[in-house]
Ligand binder design. Structure first.
Ligand code: ZN
Length: 225
């Protein structure tokens, strides 16, 4: 390997969310941007380092952001200041871009997103778990997921279409847990991820957005007298 090629390899390993390998990756491109750059008018000190990484195992791309700012500081026992940074995988998408739901639901769903391309059984189980947490949060008290779905649907909280989507999630989750025949393939997993996402959107994200918009309209009407 010549020097030029060496410089294009990351110095530490990263997890590839496409294939699950944790490996050194090839840098296919990068961009640095921060408060020190000409053109930035931020008085708050920050820096973002974007790297497009290429997995040597599955040949797919990861977009990584390494972010640091003046608040991200630790003091060691000797009073030394250490700035730290945070790595976030922006692509493949593995987060839900909203805080409208409780943190445990967000965490459970994002755990499922992180393994969606890597392990279909693990993803099925995690989607089932996410659904169970959602239903409990919505006030389900019955024992067992089947009864919880029916309970929440009967209360009118979940419409028929999403009740059915919940049963699909349960079916694949149960099957993954018990090693049964019904195994999700990649395209099934895509759909199951979407179904749970629709449930989250319906129960948390859409009502929050509507409330925020309503508030905005009321404020404007008040100002206009
Ligand atoms: Zn890979």
């Amino acid at each position: 390997m010549n020097k030029e090629q060496e410089e294009n390899i990351t110095s530490k390993t990263y997890l590839c969310l496409h294939c699950g390998n944790e490996t050194l990756m090839k840098k296919a491109g990068e961009l640095k941007w921060g408060s020190n750059n000409e053109g930035s008018n931020s008085v708050f000190g920050f820096s973002s380092h974007y790297q497009m990484l290429f997995c040597p195992v599955c040949y797919k791309i990861t977009l990584l952001e390494t972010y640091s700012d003046e608040d991200m500081v630790d003091y060691d026992p000797f009073g030394e200041v250490n700035y730290y940074s945070r790595d976030t995988i922006l692509y493949p998408v593995n987060t839900i871009d909203s805080n409208a739901m409780p943190e445990n639901i967000k965490e459970a769903f994002e755990s499922a997103l992180k393994v969606r391309n890597i392990d279909v059984n693990a993803c099925s189980l995690l989607l089932r778990r996410t659904l169970e947490i959602i239903l409990t949060d919505q006030g389900a008290t019955e024992w067992g997921l089947k009864k919880k779905i029916e309970e929440i649907a009967t209360k009118g909280i979940l419409p028929d279409s999403l009740k059915e989507a919940s049963f699909f999630t349960k079916k694949y989750g149960d099957s993954a847990a018990h090693g049964k025949e019904l195994t999700a393939d990649e395209s099934d997993i895509e759909k199951l991820v979407d179904f749970v996402k629709y449930i989250i959107e319906y129960l948390y994200i859409i009502p929050t957005k509507i409330q925020q918009f309503k508030k905005r309209i009321e404020q404007q009407e008040e100002q206009n007298g």
